[in-house]
Design a protein around this ligand. Structure first.
Ligand code: BG6
Ligand code: MG
Length: 208
């Protein structure tokens, strides 16, 4: 194996919590029931697809224009929350583990569905850290489609079977499997079917 491709939100940084907060405010504003269990289904999927999942509980039908406004409003709230992000929001063990993996000669990349990935990486002090960044800005299809990871592997000049994919989302594990990568699950994804390894904590990556 030559590289690790990391999901961003909920793997490298705690922005999964900020996504939840922003969607919760948006859903509450519309009087739509939303909780952490429903939020689990939003992990890894695009902004538009996340909104569709939330609207499953809505009592009225939303037009395309209304949906676009709601997605934009959620993103505005989210971007406000991102302003307070600092390197301290990197998740536990991330800084040291990435350094160790680098020392062992692995290439490190990001494979995230988020269009906000560049600003997040800048805020947490990782603007120029990764060898490749594939995110919501360079893909057409979101996870569980493998496109975002296939782009990352291509940027690294590697084949999928030479890369681990580290994910907290079921959609991300499915994407990795569909693309021929070796999926590693953390958090809720540590128990997904088909994973190469489930991590109790981020630094368990050093046991691979
Ligand atoms: C993923 C998150 O990383 O990015 C999803 O897990 C989110 O919850 C998706 O919907 C898109 O993010 P953004 O920042 O482009 O709205
Ligand atoms: Mg994630």
């Amino acid at each position: 194996m030559k590289a690790f491709i990391f999901d961003l939100d909920g793997v490298i940084v705690s922005t999964d919590e900020l996504h939840y907060e922003a969607w919760k405010q948006t859903a509450d504003g519309e009087g739509i029931f939303f909780n952490r269990e429903i939020n689990e289904r939003l992990r890894g999927v695009s902004r538009g697809e996340s909104l569709e999942i939330i609207l499953e509980r809505a009592e009225k039908k939303y037009s395309q224009e209304e949906k676009a406004q709601l997605a934009e409003s959620k993103n505005r709230i989210y971007r406000e929350l991102l302003k307070k992000l600092t390197p301290a929001d990197r998740l536990e063990g991330v800084t040291e583990t990435l350094e160790q993996l680098r020392k062992r000669g692995y290439l490190l990349a990001i494979g995230s569905s988020s269009k906000n990935a560049p600003i997040i990486l800048e805020k947490i002090g990782y603007k120029d850290y990764f060898d490749a960044i594939s995110d919501g800005n360079n893909i057409k299809k979101s996870k569980p489609d493998p496109e975002v990871f296939l782009c990352a592997a291509k940027m690294l000049g590697l084949k999928p079977e030479e890369c681990y994919v580290v994910e907290d989302a079921e959609a991300g594990i499915c994407a990795a499997l569909a693309g021929g990568f070796a999926p590693v699950g953390i958090g809720g994804a540590a128990k997904c079917d088909g994973i190469t390894k489930g991590l109790g904590k981020f630094s368990d990556l050093l046991e691979l």
